[in-house]
Design a protein around this ligand. Structure first.
Ligand SMILES: [Zn+2]
Length: 143
């Protein structure tokens, strides 16, 4: 099931470096993180060439949930004291990181274009801290 995916890794979650053309192998049994937060599963893995530790790949859906605005997600992140860094690099899409350079980064996600940023950031924060202030702020707004 599934095929390998070759992609570039920016700011590797294991070593912090960049790896070009890393080949990700599909898991025989995908790792389910938080189905309630909208993440289906981490479906692929590769080994960081520097540390030899596994890097997980989670594919962000193209379907942007219409009720999530980037402004709303960023406001909720800010209000919940969740530090976020969003950057882009030409031809490599968008990188979203939770954390900051003082305390370190704890989670990373990628989006191909800006329209996917809100959903990707929302899922990333919820998966990283499902019981946190951010999640309760968003649930309150939806409730
Ligand atoms: Zn690495």
């Amino acid at each position: 099931m599934g095929t390998t995916i070759k992609t570039n890794v920016g700011n590797c979650a294991r070593c912090g470096g960049d790896h070009d053309g890393l080949e990700f192998t599909p898991f025989a049994r995908p790792v389910v993180l938080a189905q309630s937060a909208g993440i289906a599963a981490v479906t692929h893995w590769a080994l960081c060439p520097v540390t030899g530790e596994p890097i997980m790949l989670h594919i962000v859906s193209d379907e942007v949930q219409p009720q999530i605005s980037l402004e709303g997600v960023l406001d909720a992140a800010y209000a919940s004291e969740t530090n976020v860094q969003i950057s882009c690099f030409f031809d490599d899409g968008w990188t979203i990181k939770l954390g900051d350079h003082i305390n370190g980064f704890t989670a990373t996600a990628y989006a191909r274009d800006a329209s996917q940023l809100a959903a990707a950031l929302d899922v990333l924060i919820m998966a990283h801290d499902p019981d946190g202030t951010y999640t309760s702020l968003v649930l309150q707004r939806q409730g």
